[in-house]
Design a protein around this ligand. Structure first.
Ligand SMILES: [Mg+2]
Length: 202
């Protein structure tokens, strides 16, 4: 009989670790404007959207993906010490590793941040079996994640997906026809909300 393998497939930013304050510090350096702190921001709009808006508002500034990449690069390197660990998710993952799950980190932050990501996971004492990062950003994050989840579903009999972007969960749930897929949305507070609709293939 085949051995059963289970995986926790976890996003990194704003799932295992809150990167909002690092991104905010980086945007201050690049855009020269202090964005609202994360408490206020939760009530307004996602930081991603705010940065897009800020770039659009500054006509003449090179309002394209490059600016955003510069901000994110700075956040993940120079300002990485401002990341705040999500202890709820970290404890949840650790408990599952103890009961036999393998941790696969699936993050769209990019291959160029592999070292920083490894270092952060080591710092939180999270034993991962794999870190999957995109080599480039030619396709949308959710499409890339779906392709990687499809590959993972060949190796694992059951998977728990942890993700802070609802649209990613919905996209994967609607397109990945596998059994035993469970998903939890990570709230800005760090709490996990079970997405029940995902289990209709069981
Ligand atoms: Mg995320």
């Amino acid at each position: 009989m085949e051995k059963k393998f289970s995986a926790i497939v976890s996003d990194f930013d704003d799932t295992i670790s809150f990167s909002r304050d690092s991104i905010s510090a980086a945007s201050l350096e690049i855009l020269g404007k202090a964005l609202p702190n994360s408490e206020v921001r939760k009530l307004i709009m996602p930081l991603n959207t705010m940065i897009d808006q800020e770039i659009i508002d500054r006509k003449g500034y090179d309002g394209n993906d490059r600016t955003k990449n510069v901000i994110y690069s700075l956040a993940y390197t120079k300002y990485s010490d401002r990341m705040i660990p999500n202890t709820i998710v970290i404890d949840y993952i650790k408990n599952h590793i103890l009961s036999g799950f393998e941790l696969v980190v699936l993050s769209a932050r990019g291959e160029e941040f592999r070292e920083e990501t490894e270092r952060a996971l080591d710092m939180h004492s999270l034993k991962y079996s794999e870190i999957i990062l995109p080599k480039d950003h030619t396709i949308k994050d959710e499409e890339w994640k779906l392709i990687e989840m499809e590959k993972l579903s060949k190796r694992y009999d059951s998977m728990i997906l942890l993700e802070d972007k609802l649209e990613n969960i919905q996209y994967i749930a609607n397109n990945l026809k596998v059994k035993n897929l469970y998903a939890y949305l990570v709230e800005p507070s760090g709490e996990l909300i079970r997405q029940d609709y995902i289990n209709h293939f069981e």
